[in-house]
Ligand binder design. Structure first.
Ligand code: MG
Length: 371
């Protein structure tokens, strides 16, 4: 039988190995043939929270066609790109996959608008942040196993969720706050933004929020356009053109990410060196990172704050606010499992609403006539 050590014998010295893992909060015997991070991956995929990602907004709420990205399809795009990068850098692909699968699990319905509203509603009890909620889900709220709450994931995957948001939040209080994420989690972090920028352009073009003329103002688009022409010639138009350029945009960034990171990793001999390094080792080369930043600013101004997106998100905010008020007044309407928390009714209501999909939240709101 192939053991985890066999699987991991070809990894780079700076890759995280299961043998080095700090383990799980609740001790469990090893599985005979599935390494620890493969089990993490499988537990995440089998969780209810993961299935709900199919019906949660990424950016575009309730669009009339079914082609725009949801949290689930975004997550799968991140997984697929992150695995490619991890494999090229001889990192632990299983761990990378688990980190990518879990990275957006804590998002509430209605995307950023839902998050902002829940944060406001819970301001007096510590607020709301999707990464923190992701940890609550996998540590407390998922209930699938008889011997422990949550999914009992490895410390490395739990850390990746917290560190995705803030470097200072760690599972172990003794860990220095200024340590870097594992290289596998750093890959997911960069790839997340490569993936969403690319697919948000695609969705925004489809919804006619932006045009090719707008995009030609952006340097990284022109860079990807040139790459696209080298591959497909210069007679692509319409959807073929946008798909070709977006493909080149992802491929160009991923290629440069791998090359740059390979350089950074050249003299690194251990996981410890990665974590104690003064800066991240997985990164885009500066010129590409600068171009990408310009694209992100453009997306913020022209897509995320566009009328089409904000009109729908206002509706989402109203639903979240209405549901919050209602459950706060009538906690008996909460499912029993959410009432088990000893952290107060606001947190219980927040846990319940944040777990909802867009359509379930809308249905609950419509059916019960929130204020
Ligand atoms: Mg993401």
């Amino acid at each position: 039988m192939t053991t985890p050590a066999d699987f991991e014998s070809l990894l780079a010295p700076y890759a995280m190995r299961t043998q080095q893992s700090r383990g799980r909060r609740y001790r469990e015997p090893d599985h005979p043939y599935r390494p620890a991070y493969v089990r993490d991956r499988d537990r995440i995929i089998h969780s209810a929270a993961f299935r709900r990602l199919a019906y949660k907004t990424q950016v575009f709420v309730d669009q009339p066609n079914d082609h725009h990205r949801t949290r689930l399809t975004h997550t799968l795009e991140v997984v697929q790109i992150a695995r490619t990068v991890a494999r090229q850098l001889s990192l632990n692909e299983d761990l990378t996959e688990a980190v990518a699968l879990v990275h957006d699990l804590g998002h509430p319905p209605f995307g950023h608008a839902g998050e902002q509203t829940l944060h406001e509603m819970t301001a007096s009890v510590g607020g709301f942040e999707h990464n923190r909620q992701g940890r609550r889900l996998v540590e407390k709220l998922e209930s699938r196993y008889p011997h422990f709450p949550g999914l009992n994931l490895t410390c490395e995957v739990l850390d990746s969720i917290s560190l995705h948001a803030e470097q200072s939040t760690r599972l172990s209080p003794s860990s220095p706050a200024d340590r870097q994420m594992l290289a596998e989690a750093q890959v997911v972090d960069v790839v997340d933004s490569i993936a969403y920028a690319a697919h948000d352009i695609d969705d925004a073009l489809r919804h006619q929020i932006i045009t090719f003329a707008d995009l030609r103002q952006i340097e990284i688009w022109r860079w990807a356009h040139d790459r696209c022409e080298k591959t497909y010639g210069n007679d692509l138009v319409g959807k073929q053109l946008s798909r070709g350029v977006i493909r080149s945009l992802i491929d160009g960034q991923v290629g440069s990410l791998i090359e740059e990171s390979r350089q950074q990793l050249m003299n690194i001999r251990s996981v410890e060196e990665i974590c104690s390094s003064p800066r991240r080792v997985i990164s885009l080369p500066l010129p590409v990172a600068t171009m990408k930043e310009e694209l992100q600013k453009f997306l913020f101004a022209r897509v995320y704050r566009s009328d089409v997106v904000t009109r729908r998100t206002k509706e989402g905010q109203q639903i979240v606010r209405g549901l919050f008020d209602r459950f706060l007044r009538s906690p008996d309407q909460l499912p029993e499992k959410y009432l088990r928390t000893d952290e107060g009714i606001e947190r219980a209501v927040c846990d319940y609403i944040s777990s909802m999909t867009d359509r379930f939240a809308r249905r609950s709101y419509d059916e019960n006539g929130a204020v």
